[in-house]
Ligand binder design. Structure first.
Ligand code: UTP
Length: 243
């Protein structure tokens, strides 16, 4: 067993948005192929994966808000949905990946010393699963965080409203933090560009972030391996590329 103070070499933290996991079309096929990919790469290097809640979480949060639940209670509703997605993916991957997702960062770190991949949802109120992936990455001294979302990376304007918006292929941590801060207020279920907490802790620890469309599994695989991918690279010097 690796002593608990030693970093696990080559760890990658992946955050998969809920909007990637369930779209209403070909989800079983996609989740099966994603599970196969995570199982394969998880055997090659320590891999920890967080799963978001997506539309399902937002639907329940809306319902809870209409019932007068507090923001903390709404966050807890969201966390339960993220854990549902983690359980689905973990069950498809199979043993030894824990079928019941770890509920804290510390527990996930402990599990990863024995087993890879480890899949989990949210942990506590106040952030999103991107935040959990970032905290894990810092604890584990990960080589990178991969953020799998439904867009092709970060854009210089909202591509839904501005079709001429251009993808930013590469940017530094300071600019990244500025862009993320502009787009988040901290309410339960809000659709963040990227979690503010995550952007802050990753910038402080100088852990590079790769942002890409998670439905393209070849592209996701390239990013997991540290190879060239289509999307946005945050804080990655050009010399830091493996393939
Ligand atoms: P998500 O991580 O799914 O957030 O958590 P999101 O921004 O909606 O991301 P996508 O759309 O899946 O990519 C859903 C909600 O669950 C609560 C928050 O309210 C969050 O908005 N949550 C999640 C927490 O409070 N703590 C956590 O650790 C995780």
């Amino acid at each position: 067993m690796t002593p608990s103070t030693e970093p696990l070499t080559g760890t990658v933290a992946l955050s998969v948005g809920g909007s990637v996991l369930t779209t209403g079309s070909d989800d079983a096929e996609y989740l099966g192929r994603l599970a196969d990919l995570l199982k394969k790469r998880g055997r090659e290097f320590p891999l920890v994966v967080t799963t978001g809640g997506g539309r399902t979480a937002r639907d329940y949060i809306r319902l809870g808000r209409a019932l007068g639940l507090t923001e903390v209670e709404l966050d807890e509703v969201g966390i339960d949905v993220t854990r549902l997605h983690a359980r689905l993916l973990a069950a498809r991957i199979g043993a030894p990946t824990p079928a019941t997702p770890p509920t804290t960062v510390a527990e996930a770190v402990r599990e990863l010393r024995h087993v890879s991949p480890v899949i989990l949802g949210g942990t506590e109120p106040g952030h999103t699963t991107d935040g959990v992936a970032a905290l894990l990455a810092v604890r584990l001294r990960a080589v990178r965080v991969v953020n799998a979302t439904r867009v092709d990376g970060l854009f210089d304007a909202d591509p839904k409203q501005h079709p001429e918006a251009k993808r930013i292929d590469r940017l530094g941590f300071e600019e990244f933090r500025r862009i993320v801060q502009r787009g988040s207020s901290g309410e339960a279920g809000q659709e963040f560009l990227f979690d503010r907490l995550a952007a802050d802790v990753l910038s402080r620890a100088a852990i590079p972030v790769s942002i890409l469309d998670g439905r393209d599994l070849d592209n996701l695989d390239a990013a997991l391996l540290g190879r060239r991918f289509r999307g946005t690279s945050v804080g990655t010097p050009t010399t830091d590329r493996r393939g």
